[in-house]
Write a protein that binds this ligand. Structure first.
Ligand SMILES: NC(=O)c1ccc[n+]([C@@H]2O[C@H](COP(=O)([O-])OP(=O)(O)OC[C@H]3O[C@@H](n4cnc5c(N)ncnc54)[C@H](O)[C@@H]3O)[C@@H](O)[C@H]2O)c1
Length: 342
């Protein structure tokens, strides 16, 4: 298998490449990444000389490049995206360009080169909108209508609909995954868990949005990677699959758990104005993954999984200090030049 992974220098993509190599050591993997602010070559620096791994610096919006890469790939797993809701509220432009136009570019390249290649589109539960916090039994299923609320989730929903349309119209072998919030190593420290952990190690307070009652279903990134691999190998063409951790936590519960793990007090919480349009609750019903693909989360339960992740950030201070200070950008500018790709 020659697998083309897009966005492999980001948080989930880099964990996925390691996960797949461990699970399928005979596979060859090409990683296409534009190295935007969240794409960090240090996440995979130790793989540079591995014969099974090739890094290509470039954008999913570059059709000429895609036409060169696509004939060599047997399948594509598409992670590349603008991924941070707060950034999409400040400027939705890059989200439309990468998440919608970039996905269209990939689909067209796939269509032009070989429509029988499997295309796994990695999406998010946020495309379903939000759930009430007073009805804990109600969860997102694959039948829940798409109703995104943020510019980020709207751009991901747009790409989901394009993927489904290309399956319906051109019979492309596409599958969509919709996962809840991930945690684990190598997450860019603008996202809540690495931001809070690294702030606390630096002696800074943690900014908690609004009343802290917003609920997310937290999944360890390795559970997500395992589920994406199962969908790649066994998912039915044209289907969507929900992936979750069965681990609902309010932001306040999450914050208290991080404070406790690091031995810090509640005085380190700084309540800040709520995010605009902040979705109240996400919760995933992933029974379809269990019934059809025999997958369920096994690594996401708290407190152990959270404690292990906190420990990773305490033991890998150089990694996140480089990211926070922008050091890694100098590293890749030396390696790959100043070319801006998107
Ligand atoms: N993080 C989560 O909790 C979560 C949950 C569900 C789904 N997802 C989805 O998973 C995917 C990966 O998320 P993440 O958290 O790892 O994001 P990330 O921001 O850490 O990584 C995104 C990667 O995409 C690359 N990229 C951006 N634009 C590109 C382009 N035009 N061409 C090539 N590469 C480009 C970046 O350089 C980066 O390496 C996204 O599609 C996201 O929507 C994330």
């Amino acid at each position: 298998m020659n697998l083309l992974v897009t966005g492999g220098c980001g948080f989930i993509g880099s964990n996925f490449i390691r996960f797949v190599h461990n699970a399928r050591p005979q596979w060859k993997i090409t990683n296409l990444d534009a190295l935007t602010y969240s794409g960090n070559p240090e996440n995979l620096a130790d793989l540079d000389s591995q014969p099974w791994y090739t890094f290509t610096h470039g954008s999913i919006n570059d059709r000429t490049l895609l036409d060169k890469l696509m004939p060599q790939a047997d399948a594509v797993v598409h992670f590349a995206a603008e991924s941070h809701v707060d950034r999409s509220i400040l400027d939705s432009g890059p989200f439309i360009q990468t998440n919608i136009v970039g996905t269209q570019c990939l689909l067209d390249a796939l269509r032009a080169n070989d429509i029988n290649k499997r295309f796994v589109h990695v999406s998010t539960d946020e495309v379903y909108g939000e759930l009430p916090i007073d009805k804990p039994d109600v969860k997102f299923t694959e039948q829940t209508p798409i109703a995104p609320n943020s510019p980020y989730s709207a751009s991901k929903a747009g790409s989901d609909l394009l993927v489904a349309a290309y399956h319906h119209t051109f019979s492309l072998d596409t599958v969509i995954t919709r996962c809840s919030n991930n945690f684990g190593p190598y997450q860019f420290p603008e996202k809540v868990i690495p931001l809070f952990v690294t702030n606390l190690i630096e002696g800074k307070k943690v900014p908690l949005y609004g009343d802290g009652q917003n609920i997310r279903d937290w999944i360890h990134v390795d559970d997500h990677c395992e589920a994406v691999l199962a969908v790649l190998e066994k998912g039915k063409p044209g289907q969507a699959y929900n992936i979750g951790g069965n681990n609902e936590q309010s932001n306040l519960q999450l914050t208290r758990a991080i404070l406790e793990t690091l031995g810090k007090g509640k005085d380190m919480i700084q309540h800040v104005e709520d995010r605009l349009g902040h979705d109240r609750r996400y919760a995933i019903d992933c029974s379809k993954m269990k019934q059809e693909l025999n997958w369920q989360p096994t690594r996401s339960a708290w407190p152990q999984a959270l404690e292990k992740t906190v420990q990773w950030y305490t033991e890998n201070e150089t990694w996140w200090r480089n990211v926070k200070s922008g050091q890694y950008r100098q590293y890749y500018q030396q390696q790959y030049g100043n070319r801006t790709t998107n």
